[in-house]
Design a protein around this ligand. Structure first.
Ligand code: SF4
Length: 303
C-alpha cells in the first residue's frame, strides 16, 4: 500500500465517506475504493450505507445517480471534468420535443443519461436489464429509447419489438469494428468473444455472449471457458482477472479506453476527499422525477 492510498483511507474515515469506483477505473483507484461495480449497483449500495459522503470515481452522470438515490448524503465526483460523451448527446429539450411530436411515446432512458433526461423519462434501464424492462412495457405504447442506438438495436434484436431511438453512441464501444473482432478471434480461436451491448450491431453478430460489465464478471467466474476476448472498455480487465485469476482475458481492441474514466487517479481522489468537493447535486424537482423513472425500473422483476 503506498502513502497516497493510506492517506485516502484515513481521510475517508475522518469524513465518514464511502468511495465508489466504476469497473472502468484504473486499478489503483479500484483498489482504494470501498466498492467497485457498475454505476447503478454502486449508487444503490452506497444509498444503503450510513456514510455522510459518497465519493464517486467515475463520470458525472454516475455521481448524479448517486445524488438521486441519496438526497441526504453529500456526493462528490473525484474528477470534476469527467463527463460522458454519450450522455451529453441528448438533453431534456430533445426529449421534450420528441414527446410533443408524439404524445403517446414511452421514453425509456439508459442510466447513462443526465438527471434532466431521466426526469423527462417514463422509466430507466441498464445494459443488464434493458431487455427485461422492455418486455414489461405496454405493447400499445411506442417506445423511444435514449441515448444509445446500439443498446436500442440490441433490445430490438432480443425482443422483436419495434421502437424509436436516439442516435447516440458510446465513443469507446463504437470504436470496436467487426474486422478487428475477426482478427482477434482468428488469433485466439479458443477465446470466447463477449461483447457489451453498447457495441455496433455487426460486432454483436460475432459475439458468443453479450453482457453488461457485471454480467461479464459473473460469466468469467462461472464459465468453464479459460480464455475470453473482452469487447468493452479495457479497465474491466482488472476486475475480471481478480474475479477469475486462473483465466485469460484479451482486450478485443486495446484502444477501447474511455478518456473520461481515466481522469481519476489517486491524487484526484485525495484532493476531492480533503476538500469535500466538487459536490454534485440535483435540484429537488428534477431529482424526484428522475427517481420515479429509476424506481419504475427497480420494480421490474429480475429474470
Ligand atoms: S465508456 Fe462510453 S458510456 Fe462509459 S463513460 Fe466512457 S463514453 Fe460514456
Amino acid at each position: 500500500m503506498n502513502d497516497l492510498h493510506a492517506r485516502i483511507r484515513t481521510v475517508a474515515r475522518e469524513r465518514n465517506a464511502v468511495i465508489l469506483a466504476h469497473n472502468y477505473q484504473v486499478p489503483e483507484v479500484q483498489d482504494v475504493a470501498d466498492m467497485c461495480g457498475d454505476s447503478l449497483e454502486l449508487s444503490m449500495r452506497a444509498a444503503r450505507t450510513e456514510a455522510d459522503v459518497i465519493l464517486f470515481c467515475g463520470v458525472r452522470f454516475m455521481a448524479e445517480t448517486a445524488a438521486i438515490l441519496s438526497p441526504d448524503k453529500t456526493v462528490i465526483l473525484a474528477a470534476e471534468k469527467a463527463g460522458c460523451p454519450m450522455a451529453d448527446m441528448i438533453n431534456e429539450e430533445d426529449v421534450r420535443r420528441r414527446k410533443a411530436e408524439r404524445p403517446d411515446l414511452f421514453v425509456l432512458s439508459y442510466v447513462n443519461t443526465t438527471a434532466e433526461v431521466k426526469a423527462e423519462s417514463d422509466m430507466c434501464c441498464t445494459s443488464a436489464n434493458a431487455v427485461q424492462v422492455v418486455r414489461t412495457i405496454d405493447p400499445e405504447r411506442r417506445i423511444f429509447m435514449t441515448p444509445d442506438r446500439n443498446l436500442a438495436r440490441y433490445v430490438i434484436r432480443c425482443t422483436g419489438r419495434e421502437m424509436d431511438y436516439w442516435d447516440g453512441y458510446c465513443v469507446v464501444h463504437q470504436r470496436l469494428t467487426a474486422d478487428r473482432v475477426k482478427q482477434v478471434k482468428a488469433a485466439h480461436p479458443d477465446g470466447l468473444f463477449v461483447a457489451h451491448p453498447e457495441c455496433r450491431p455487426e460486432v454483436i453478430d460475432l459475439a458468443d455472449a453479450v453482457h453488461s460489465t457485471s454480467g461479464m464478471i459473473a460469466l468469467a467466474r462461472e464459465s468453464d471457458h479459460k480464455k475470453f476476448i473482452i469487447g468493452t472498455e479495457t479497465g474491466l480487465l482488472y476486475p475480471l482477472s481478480k474475479a477469475a485469476p486462473d483465466k485469460e482475458f484479451i482486450p478485443a481492441d486495446p484502444g477501447m479506453v474511455c478518456k473520461n474514466m481515466k481522469k481519476t487517479g489517486l491524487p484526484q481522489v485525495l484532493n476531492a476527499l480533503e476538500r469535500t468537493a466538487p459536490v454534485v447535486s440535483v435540484p429537488e424537482d428534477i431529482r424526484v422525477r428522475a427517481k420515479q423513472a429509476v424506481d419504475r425500473m427497480l420494480a421490474v422483476p429480475r429474470e
